[in-house]
Design a protein around this ligand. Structure first.
Ligand code: NAG
Ligand code: NAG
Ligand code: NAG
Ligand code: NAG
Ligand code: NAG
Ligand code: CA
Length: 523
């Protein structure tokens, strides 16, 4: 009987009964039709789908081969770790294998030969998929549990990490945090991150091997110790801020910070008995499918929701193409007992063409308007493009590419807005859709300027040549914009030498003529 109760207790949170159907064919007064419900996949043993990474490199024992001892019998150091011998190797995959009856297999670190330098190891598990814990995480240590460790998790495939739970034999000393127990948390602190001393004290290495992240105890805060009041748990998961996310992750990291000591002090003369050994990491969870799928399959090495309710994506996190005029929403556990595929259906409509999930109600206008429109959209339904963007004619209104940047040339255009076909408004002389060209008879130099010279109307005179439509290069003796002026006309100095030569020549000619006349007359 006791066994049966224990068995039922174990199964209840795993089954979490009633959200296993996404839709059913029902007959009403108006005839048969589909009825849709919130649905979620069954919980699974996530270690079967995990990828693991152990850091730093070289932390796994056996390369080179190494001896280790146990705390119970520190002078009998007969055990050996040798990475090149399968029977003596302890690779990371042994944390996730199926163990044959009686044969414990485990990953093991190098020993603490570099004491007092800390012995640190990170074990990172990743799924490339959001998952939701449905039961305790249980990490099993052989040869004693660490005296200090912590769990971290990521919700975005390892881009950002957050502390999840701290473990130490003295929380204040190790982390400056008071020790707490999950059993003492209340409904308002159910997602608090705590430091616990329950799993780090030395009790003998065979007696207590497990370190837990207590999911079940946190659920029990709402569902009761016997999990009878699951409805209350689901209602709270729906409404309490951050509660659902607390149980959600894509990656989990265990940071091992100090191994089991087997006593109060580290015995420097026998460092072979200090190391980490993990035989199993049990993570029981379901795929997060936003209550839009009851199946999650392992395809091409990645878990994927089999989405219903016209949704798609790895987590059913968006609407299928052609269904994007309605904005996407997660399903809801409410109303009990079947939930709804869409929490806001029936309330005022929030239509944002998939560019926002949120609306706000503007009281004095009595309208519901989208907030934080993405993809460069704006407007009550995110149906317009932001200033500086224009509508992509070949994209539907619900397409991520619906708005294209105007990209107006900053110098050539009057402002950075453009018309519906992407044409910018140009300054005088500028041309082209983006105003980065010049009109005929204009040249580009940090903007468009009228031509000074060219080959047709503004021809350089007197043998001058036109330089890039910007100026005439005049021969010596000429000047002016088109070299039309002789330098003599105005610059007397420049002309003096020339005219004096001319005068003297005339004088010479005249005197020569007079000379000739004289001769004629004399003779
Ligand atoms: C373990 O991961 C943390 C970040 O989560 C990092 O700061 C630390 O250096 C890592 N430790 C090792 C031994 O790789
Ligand atoms: C992660 O999942 C996505 C979506 O299924 C897939 O496209 C991608 O290749 C996966 N990445 C890895 C590293 O498996
Ligand atoms: C999905 O689309 C079908 C076809 O348009 C429609 O009948 C059905 O109501 C939609 N389902 C949901 C959950 O909106
Ligand atoms: C316009 O939308 C289509 C369809 O989504 C897309 O393929 C194309 O790249 C978009 N054009 C631009 C310039 O972004
Ligand atoms: C945008 O401006 C260009 C150039 O002025 C013009 O040819 C085009 O017809 C305009 N498009 C619209 C939709 O007004
Ligand atoms: Ca194992």
């Amino acid at each position: 009987m006791l066994y049966l109760v224990a068995f039922l207790l174990h199964c209840l949170p795993l089954a979490m009964g009633h959200y296993d159907i996404c839709k059913s064919w029902v007959t009403t007064d108006d005839g048969p039709s589909w009825e849709f419900y919130a649905c979620q996949p069954k919980a699974m043993r996530m270690k079967d789908y995990v990828t693991v990474k152990v850091d730093p490199p070289g932390i796994t024992c056996g390369d080179p081969p190494e001896r280790f001892c146990t705390h119970e019998n520190p002078y009998l150091c007969s055990d050996e770790c040798d990475a090149s011998t399968p029977d003596l190797a302890h690779p990371p995959k042994l944390m996730f294998d199926k163990e044959d009856e009686g044969l414990v297999t485990y990953w093991q670190s190098v020993t603490w030969s570099r004491y007092p330098e800390p012995l640190l190891a990170n074990i990172t598990l990743f799924w490339n998929k959001s998952i939701e814990l449905t039961d305790d995480i249980v990490v099993t240590f052989e040869y004693g549990r660490p005296t200090i460790m912590m769990l971290e998790k990521s919700l975005d495939n390892g881009r950002t990490w957050h502390p999840y739970q701290y473990y130490a034999d003295d929380c204040m000393e190790a982390f400056g945090m008071p020790a707490r127990r999950v059993r003492d948390l209340s409904s308002t602190s159910a997602n608090r991150i705590i430091c616990t001393e329950e799993y780090s004290r030395w009790v003998g290495s065979k007696k207590e091997k497990n370190v837990r992240l207590e999911v079940r105890d946190r659920f029990a805060i709402f569902a009761g110790q016997d999990f009878r009041n699951m409805d209350n748990l689901y209602t709270r998961l729906e409404s309490a801020k951050g509660l659902k996310d607390f149980f959600t992750m894509t990656d989990l990291r265990m940071r091992l910070l100090r191994p089991a000591l087997g006593g109060t002090y580290v015995q420097r003369e026998n460092l072979y008995k200090y190391f980490y050994a993990v035989s199993n990491i049990e993570v029981t969870a379901r795929c997060k499918c936003n209550l839009h799928a009851n199946l999650c399959s392992f395809k091409e090495g990645t878990l994927q929701c089999e989405c219903e309710h016209n949704t798609t994506g790895q987590d059913c996190g968006k609407c299928k193409k052609n269904f994007r005029t309605r904005s996407w929403r997660a399903g809801s556990y409410l109303p009990l007992p079947n939930g709804s595929p869409n929490a806001w259906a029936g309330t005022q409509d929030c239509e944002c063409y998939g560019h926002s999930n949120r609306c706000s109600y503007i009281d004095f206008l009595n309208v519901v308007t989208c907030v934080s429109c993405k993809h460069n959209t704006r407007g009550q339904h995110c149906q317009h493009c932001r200033l500086g963007f224009y509508r992509n004619g070949s994209a539907e209104l619900d397409d991520e590419n619906v708005c294209i940047e105007c990209n107006c040339n900053q110098i050539g255009s009057l402002h950075d807005r453009c018309n519906e076909t992407g044409y910018c408004e140009c300054r005088e002389g500028a041309a082209g859709p983006k105003c980065d060209d010049c009109l005929p008879n204009y040249y580009w130099r940090q903007g468009c300027f009228p031509n000074v010279c060219d080959e047709e109307l503004l021809i350089c005179q007197n043998g001058g040549t036109c330089y890039q439509n910007q100026r005439c290069i005049c021969p010596a003796g000429y000047k002016g914009v088109l070299c039309e002026q002789s330098k003599c006309d105005s610059d007397t100095k420049a002309c003096n030498s020339a005219s004096s030569t001319y005068l003297s020549l005339t004088t010479f000619l005249i005197s020569a003529l007079i000379l000739q006349l004289r001769r004629l007359l004399d003779f």
